[in-house]
Each structure stands twice: as C-alpha cells, then as structure tokens.
Ligand binder design. Structure first.
Ligand SMILES: [Zn+2]
Length: 97
C-alpha cells in the first residue's frame, strides 16, 4: 500500500507583462491593450496581425511565425486605411448576445 502525501512544488511560468505598439510605441500592461474586466463584465481590445507558415507531422515540423503588435488605435487609424488604399477590403463581423 502506498501512502499519499502532499508536497509543495514551486513552478515558474511566464505571462505577458506589457505590450508596446510596433507603430506608435504606446505601452500597455499585459497583452490586451488596456482592456478591463470585472466580475460582471469585461472589455475586449484585441488585435492580430500575423502570418504562420510551415509544415509538420508526427515526427516534427517547422513553422515560422511573423507578427506585429499593433494597438487598436493604430489598427483603425493607420493599418486599415493603408490596407484599404492598397485595395484590400476588411472582413467585419459583429457579435451580439
Ligand atoms: Zn499604436
């Protein structure tokens, strides 16, 4: 028979301490561009500009990640107009519940 006892294990993990916009260099704590949350509600401020390419299988793989950290204001006021000027049309979805 084995007797089980609890032991305390220290573990070190990482989190995003702050994020700086690659365009205007504004810095926010964490990774959500200053979004807040409470017990009852939360604000979403998330942007994503990235490319992932590569391949993989069970024995291994290779994936290249390229990304930019662009704050919501630069996303709306700089990136979107620039891409529209280049002929791109953004996909816009609205979620209500
Ligand atoms: Zn910015």
């Amino acid at each position: 028979m084995k007797e089980i006892t609890e032991i305390k294990v220290e573990k070190t993990s990482t989190r995003v301490k702050s994020t700086m916009c690659d365009l205007c260099e504004v810095v926010f704590d964490g990774e959500d561009w200053g979004a807040w949350s409470s017990h009852y509600s939360h604000e979403i401020k998330s942007t994503s500009v990235k490319m992932e390419t590569g391949n993989g299988g069970r024995s291994g793989g290779h994936i290249r990640h390229v990304s930019f950290d662009i704050c919501p204001e630069c996303f709306s006021k700089k990136l979107v107009p620039t891409l529209k000027a280049m002929g791109a049309t953004p996909t816009v979805k609205v979620s209500d519940w």
